[in-house]
Structure formats: structure tokens, C-alpha cells
Write a protein that binds this ligand. Structure first.
Ligand SMILES: [Zn+2]
Length: 133
């Protein structure tokens, strides 16, 4: 490619060869037309096309990253919400267990001789305890 560059830069210099302004413009137009078909011009055109494509790809990538970032931020908000709800559920479950144990504690029956209601409550607590582990 360097060889082409030297060759064409030497042969396509109408200014140095023809100093008359009118001839220059005409020649320049001819040279410009010729330059469109020369390998150097084709190469530069291709290079510029590639650079433009790369710039476009970079812009697209940045946009994709921005969208991904927004998605991740949204996911973060969702996860935080699920975490809060789960925490609330755990607290609610603990309150229910405390309430049931309190009912058993306040009953007339005692450990080793529980009434039917307290036996059922203790069985429910034992079952839910097994499930949570
Ligand atoms: Zn009881």
C-alpha cells in the first residue's frame, strides 16, 4: 500500500505541473475523477468505511451496555423488594409461632400431659419446624 501511496502522490499533483488557474481546475477535476478508481482511493474509502462501522459498533455496544445496566439496576430493585417481603414473612411466621407457644404456655395442661388443643398446636409447630429445615 505504501508503494501505491508514493506513486499516486507523485503523479497526481496538478498544481506543481500546471500553474495556470483554469487548466488546474480542469485537470484537478480529471484527477479527482481518476482518484476515485485508483487503489489508494479505494483503500482509503474502505478504511473510512471500516472506521465509520467501528464507530457505529462502539456506539451500539455502549447503548447495549446502558440497557444492560438499567436491567441490572431494575433487577437489584426487584431483589431488594423480594428480600424485604421475605424478611416480613419470616417475622410474621415468628410472631405466629410465639402466639401459639404462648397459648400452650397459658393453658391449664402441662408438659407430658397436654390437652387435645395444645397437642394439636405442638404438632403443627413440630411439622412446620421440620419443613423449615
Ligand atoms: Zn392445653
Amino acid at each position: 500500500m505504501a508503494l501505491f501511496t508514493i506513486h499516486y502522490s507523485l503523479s497526481l499533483k496538478p498544481h506543481t505541473l500546471h500553474p495556470t488557474p483554469y487548466t488546474l481546475t480542469k485537470k484537478e477535476a480529471k484527477m479527482n475523477k481518476l482518484a476515485k478508481c485508483c487503489p489508494e482511493a479505494v483503500w482509503e474509502k474502505r478504511l473510512r468505511g471500516n472506521l465509520a462501522a467501528i464507530a457505529e459498533i462502539r456506539t451500539d455496544s455502549l447503548n447495549d451496555l446502558e440497557i444492560m445496566g438499567a436491567d441490572f439496576r431494575h433487577l437489584g430493585v426487584v431483589v431488594a423488594s423480594v428480600e424485604r417481603n421475605y424478611q416480613a414473612l419470616l417475622e410474621q411466621n415468628q410472631q405466629m409461632r410465639d402466639l401459639l407457644i404462648g397459648m400452650v404456655d397459658e393453658c391449664y395442661c402441662w408438659q407430658g400431659n397436654r390437652c387435645d388443643r395444645c397437642a394439636r398446636i405442638l404438632q403443627v409447630l413440630a411439622d412446620s419446624n421440620c419443613r423449615s429445615f
